[in-house]
Design a protein around this ligand. Sequence first.
Ligand code: PEP
Length: 253
Amino acid sequence: MRQPLVAGNWKMNGSKADAAALINGINAEMNKITKTEVAVCVPFPYLYLAEQLLADTSIRYGAQDVSREDSGAFTGQVSAAMLLDFGCHYAIVGHSERRMFNAESDVIVARKFMQAKKLGLTPIFCVGESLEEREGGQTETVVARQLDALLELGGIDALANGVIAYEPVWAIGTGVTATPEQAQEVHAFLRHRVAANSAEVATGLRILYGGSMKPSNAQELIRQPDIDGGLIGGAALKASDFLAICHASEALA
Ligand code: PEP
Protein backbone atom coordinates (compact mmCIF):
# COMPACT_ATOMS: atom_id res chain seq x y z
CA MET A 1 0.00 0.00 0.00
CA ARG A 2 1.57 3.28 -1.13
CA GLN A 3 1.27 6.23 1.25
CA PRO A 4 -0.19 9.21 -0.62
CA LEU A 5 2.00 12.29 -0.90
CA VAL A 6 0.78 15.85 -1.35
CA ALA A 7 3.69 18.17 -2.09
CA GLY A 8 3.59 21.91 -2.66
CA ASN A 9 5.78 23.53 -5.30
CA TRP A 10 5.90 27.16 -4.32
CA LYS A 11 7.96 28.16 -7.36
CA MET A 12 9.39 31.72 -7.19
CA ASN A 13 6.63 33.18 -5.05
CA GLY A 14 6.25 35.00 -1.78
CA SER A 15 8.38 36.74 0.79
CA LYS A 16 10.00 35.50 3.99
CA ALA A 17 6.91 36.64 5.91
CA ASP A 18 4.61 34.86 3.42
CA ALA A 19 6.65 31.68 3.68
CA ALA A 20 6.48 31.69 7.48
CA ALA A 21 2.73 32.33 7.46
CA LEU A 22 2.13 29.55 4.93
CA ILE A 23 4.24 27.02 6.81
CA ASN A 24 2.57 27.89 10.10
CA GLY A 25 -0.88 27.81 8.50
CA ILE A 26 -0.33 24.31 7.12
CA ASN A 27 1.26 23.07 10.29
CA ALA A 28 -1.66 24.26 12.39
CA GLU A 29 -3.83 21.49 10.90
CA MET A 30 -1.34 18.70 10.63
CA ASN A 31 -2.77 16.91 13.64
CA LYS A 32 -5.78 16.08 11.41
CA ILE A 33 -3.64 14.65 8.60
CA THR A 34 -2.24 11.32 9.62
CA LYS A 35 -2.33 9.07 6.57
CA THR A 36 -1.07 11.41 3.85
CA GLU A 37 2.53 12.54 3.69
CA VAL A 38 2.75 16.30 3.31
CA ALA A 39 5.72 18.22 1.90
CA VAL A 40 6.59 21.72 0.73
CA CYS A 41 9.25 22.57 -1.86
CA VAL A 42 10.24 26.14 -1.07
CA PRO A 43 12.54 28.66 -2.78
CA PHE A 44 16.19 28.18 -1.79
CA PRO A 45 16.41 31.32 0.40
CA TYR A 46 13.58 30.04 2.61
CA LEU A 47 15.10 26.64 3.35
CA TYR A 48 16.61 27.92 6.58
CA LEU A 49 13.18 29.15 7.64
CA ALA A 50 11.64 25.79 6.73
CA GLU A 51 14.30 24.04 8.77
CA GLN A 52 13.53 26.24 11.79
CA LEU A 53 9.74 26.05 11.56
CA LEU A 54 9.37 22.41 10.53
CA ALA A 55 11.95 20.82 12.83
CA ASP A 56 9.49 19.02 15.10
CA THR A 57 6.63 18.57 12.67
CA SER A 58 5.56 15.81 10.31
CA ILE A 59 5.85 18.09 7.27
CA ARG A 60 8.78 17.29 5.01
CA TYR A 61 10.40 19.92 2.88
CA GLY A 62 12.71 20.26 -0.03
CA ALA A 63 13.95 22.35 -2.93
CA GLN A 64 12.73 22.89 -6.48
CA ASP A 65 15.99 22.00 -8.20
CA VAL A 66 19.45 20.66 -7.43
CA SER A 67 22.84 20.78 -9.12
CA ARG A 68 24.13 17.72 -10.92
CA GLU A 69 27.63 18.55 -9.66
CA ASP A 70 29.18 17.85 -6.26
CA SER A 71 30.69 21.29 -5.63
CA GLY A 72 32.99 23.86 -7.18
CA ALA A 73 32.88 26.57 -9.81
CA PHE A 74 29.19 26.44 -10.69
CA THR A 75 27.96 29.95 -9.99
CA GLY A 76 24.35 30.12 -8.92
CA GLN A 77 23.89 26.39 -8.43
CA VAL A 78 22.96 24.67 -5.18
CA SER A 79 24.34 21.24 -4.36
CA ALA A 80 22.57 18.22 -2.94
CA ALA A 81 24.93 18.34 0.05
CA MET A 82 23.81 21.92 0.76
CA LEU A 83 20.17 20.87 0.64
CA LEU A 84 20.87 18.06 3.08
CA ASP A 85 22.68 20.57 5.30
CA PHE A 86 19.34 22.36 5.66
CA GLY A 87 17.43 19.15 6.39
CA CYS A 88 15.79 18.75 2.99
CA HIS A 89 14.13 15.46 2.18
CA TYR A 90 13.03 16.21 -1.38
CA ALA A 91 14.34 17.94 -4.49
CA ILE A 92 12.15 18.42 -7.55
CA VAL A 93 14.06 17.59 -10.75
CA GLY A 94 13.00 18.09 -14.35
CA HIS A 95 10.11 20.44 -13.74
CA SER A 96 8.84 21.56 -17.15
CA GLU A 97 9.61 25.19 -16.30
CA ARG A 98 13.27 24.25 -15.86
CA ARG A 99 13.25 22.06 -18.95
CA MET A 100 11.81 25.04 -20.89
CA PHE A 101 13.46 28.12 -19.39
CA ASN A 102 16.80 26.58 -18.41
CA ALA A 103 17.15 24.23 -21.37
CA GLU A 104 17.44 21.16 -19.17
CA SER A 105 17.63 18.09 -21.38
CA ASP A 106 16.49 14.59 -20.42
CA VAL A 107 20.12 13.69 -19.74
CA ILE A 108 20.74 16.71 -17.49
CA VAL A 109 17.58 15.92 -15.55
CA ALA A 110 18.65 12.29 -15.16
CA ARG A 111 22.05 13.41 -13.88
CA LYS A 112 20.43 15.75 -11.35
CA PHE A 113 18.21 12.90 -10.20
CA MET A 114 21.15 10.56 -9.69
CA GLN A 115 23.17 13.21 -7.87
CA ALA A 116 20.29 13.94 -5.49
CA LYS A 117 19.72 10.25 -4.91
CA LYS A 118 23.42 9.51 -4.37
CA LEU A 119 23.57 12.08 -1.57
CA GLY A 120 20.41 10.77 0.12
CA LEU A 121 17.69 13.13 -1.08
CA THR A 122 14.47 11.82 -2.60
CA PRO A 123 14.11 13.38 -6.06
CA ILE A 124 10.62 14.17 -7.34
CA PHE A 125 11.08 13.36 -11.02
CA CYS A 126 8.77 15.41 -13.27
CA VAL A 127 7.67 14.25 -16.69
CA GLY A 128 4.96 15.51 -19.02
CA GLU A 129 4.04 16.47 -22.55
CA SER A 130 3.22 19.82 -24.12
CA LEU A 131 -0.17 20.58 -25.68
CA GLU A 132 1.28 20.19 -29.14
CA GLU A 133 2.70 16.80 -28.21
CA ARG A 134 -0.61 15.64 -26.76
CA GLU A 135 -2.54 16.81 -29.77
CA GLY A 136 -0.02 15.05 -31.97
CA GLY A 137 -0.63 11.78 -30.14
CA GLN A 138 2.88 11.89 -28.67
CA THR A 139 2.10 11.78 -24.94
CA GLU A 140 3.37 8.25 -24.30
CA THR A 141 6.39 8.70 -26.54
CA VAL A 142 7.42 11.84 -24.66
CA VAL A 143 7.00 10.55 -21.11
CA ALA A 144 8.64 7.25 -22.09
CA ARG A 145 11.63 9.14 -23.49
CA GLN A 146 11.92 11.20 -20.29
CA LEU A 147 11.65 8.11 -18.09
CA ASP A 148 14.01 6.03 -20.20
CA ALA A 149 16.75 8.67 -19.95
CA LEU A 150 16.71 8.10 -16.20
CA LEU A 151 16.56 4.32 -16.46
CA GLU A 152 19.49 4.34 -18.90
CA LEU A 153 21.64 6.39 -16.55
CA GLY A 154 20.59 4.98 -13.19
CA GLY A 155 19.00 1.63 -13.86
CA ILE A 156 15.74 0.50 -12.32
CA ASP A 157 17.10 0.79 -8.76
CA ALA A 158 17.09 4.57 -9.20
CA LEU A 159 13.32 4.41 -8.80
CA ALA A 160 13.19 2.11 -5.76
CA ASN A 161 10.83 3.88 -3.31
CA GLY A 162 10.87 6.73 -5.80
CA VAL A 163 8.52 9.56 -6.68
CA ILE A 164 7.50 10.59 -10.20
CA ALA A 165 5.21 13.54 -10.93
CA TYR A 166 3.24 13.40 -14.14
CA GLU A 167 2.70 17.04 -15.04
CA PRO A 168 1.15 17.69 -18.44
CA VAL A 169 2.64 21.04 -19.44
CA TRP A 170 -0.71 22.23 -20.83
CA ALA A 171 -2.26 21.85 -17.38
CA ILE A 172 0.41 23.64 -15.34
CA GLY A 173 -0.74 27.00 -14.09
CA THR A 174 -3.42 27.17 -16.77
CA GLY A 175 -6.47 26.26 -14.71
CA VAL A 176 -7.07 23.41 -17.18
CA THR A 177 -6.75 20.08 -15.41
CA ALA A 178 -6.28 16.69 -17.02
CA THR A 179 -9.41 14.61 -16.57
CA PRO A 180 -9.03 11.77 -14.07
CA GLU A 181 -9.17 9.36 -17.04
CA GLN A 182 -6.45 11.20 -18.99
CA ALA A 183 -4.20 11.34 -15.93
CA GLN A 184 -4.84 7.72 -14.93
CA GLU A 185 -3.99 6.55 -18.44
CA VAL A 186 -0.54 8.15 -18.33
CA HIS A 187 0.11 7.09 -14.73
CA ALA A 188 -0.72 3.49 -15.62
CA PHE A 189 1.52 3.71 -18.68
CA LEU A 190 4.43 4.94 -16.55
CA ARG A 191 3.90 2.26 -13.91
CA HIS A 192 3.75 -0.48 -16.55
CA ARG A 193 6.94 0.76 -18.12
CA VAL A 194 8.68 0.61 -14.76
CA ALA A 195 7.10 -2.80 -14.06
CA ALA A 196 8.66 -4.13 -17.25
CA ASN A 197 11.97 -3.72 -15.41
CA SER A 198 10.83 -4.56 -11.89
CA ALA A 199 7.34 -5.32 -10.60
CA GLU A 200 8.51 -4.60 -7.06
CA VAL A 201 9.84 -1.15 -7.88
CA ALA A 202 6.66 -0.34 -9.83
CA THR A 203 4.46 -1.34 -6.90
CA GLY A 204 6.36 0.89 -4.49
CA LEU A 205 6.65 3.84 -6.87
CA ARG A 206 4.51 6.88 -6.03
CA ILE A 207 3.25 8.71 -9.09
CA LEU A 208 1.84 12.15 -8.31
CA TYR A 209 -0.36 14.17 -10.62
CA GLY A 210 0.47 17.85 -11.12
CA GLY A 211 -1.30 20.44 -13.22
CA SER A 212 -3.98 22.72 -11.80
CA MET A 213 -4.92 20.30 -9.04
CA LYS A 214 -7.16 22.18 -6.63
CA PRO A 215 -9.63 21.46 -3.82
CA SER A 216 -12.50 20.98 -6.29
CA ASN A 217 -10.80 18.27 -8.38
CA ALA A 218 -8.26 16.68 -6.03
CA GLN A 219 -10.43 13.84 -4.83
CA GLU A 220 -11.50 12.56 -8.25
CA LEU A 221 -7.88 12.60 -9.39
CA ILE A 222 -6.37 10.98 -6.30
CA ARG A 223 -9.14 8.36 -6.37
CA GLN A 224 -7.61 6.86 -9.53
CA PRO A 225 -5.72 3.63 -8.84
CA ASP A 226 -2.35 4.84 -10.15
CA ILE A 227 -2.49 8.39 -8.78
CA ASP A 228 -0.71 8.52 -5.44
CA GLY A 229 -1.15 12.18 -4.58
CA GLY A 230 -0.33 15.53 -6.09
CA LEU A 231 2.38 18.03 -6.84
CA ILE A 232 0.60 21.31 -6.31
CA GLY A 233 1.62 24.71 -7.69
CA GLY A 234 -0.85 27.59 -7.45
CA ALA A 235 -3.10 25.96 -4.86
CA ALA A 236 -0.10 25.35 -2.60
CA LEU A 237 0.28 29.09 -1.99
CA LYS A 238 -2.85 29.34 0.14
CA ALA A 239 -2.81 27.23 3.30
CA SER A 240 -6.56 26.56 3.21
CA ASP A 241 -6.46 25.30 -0.41
CA PHE A 242 -3.40 23.18 0.14
CA LEU A 243 -4.92 21.72 3.29
CA ALA A 244 -8.18 21.01 1.46
CA ILE A 245 -6.20 18.91 -1.04
CA CYS A 246 -4.47 17.11 1.84
CA HIS A 247 -7.88 16.40 3.38
CA ALA A 248 -9.18 15.10 0.05
CA SER A 249 -6.30 12.66 -0.04
CA GLU A 250 -6.82 11.78 3.58
CA ALA A 251 -10.45 10.87 2.98
CA LEU A 252 -9.36 8.27 0.43
CA ALA A 253 -6.35 6.86 2.28
C1 PEP B 1 3.54 22.70 -10.87
O1 PEP B 1 4.08 23.61 -11.49
O2 PEP B 1 4.24 21.80 -10.34
C2 PEP B 1 2.09 22.70 -10.80
C3 PEP B 1 1.49 21.57 -10.62
O3 PEP B 1 1.49 23.92 -10.94
P1 PEP B 1 -0.09 24.24 -10.89
O4 PEP B 1 -0.69 23.41 -9.78
O5 PEP B 1 -0.17 25.70 -10.60
O6 PEP B 1 -0.63 23.86 -12.20
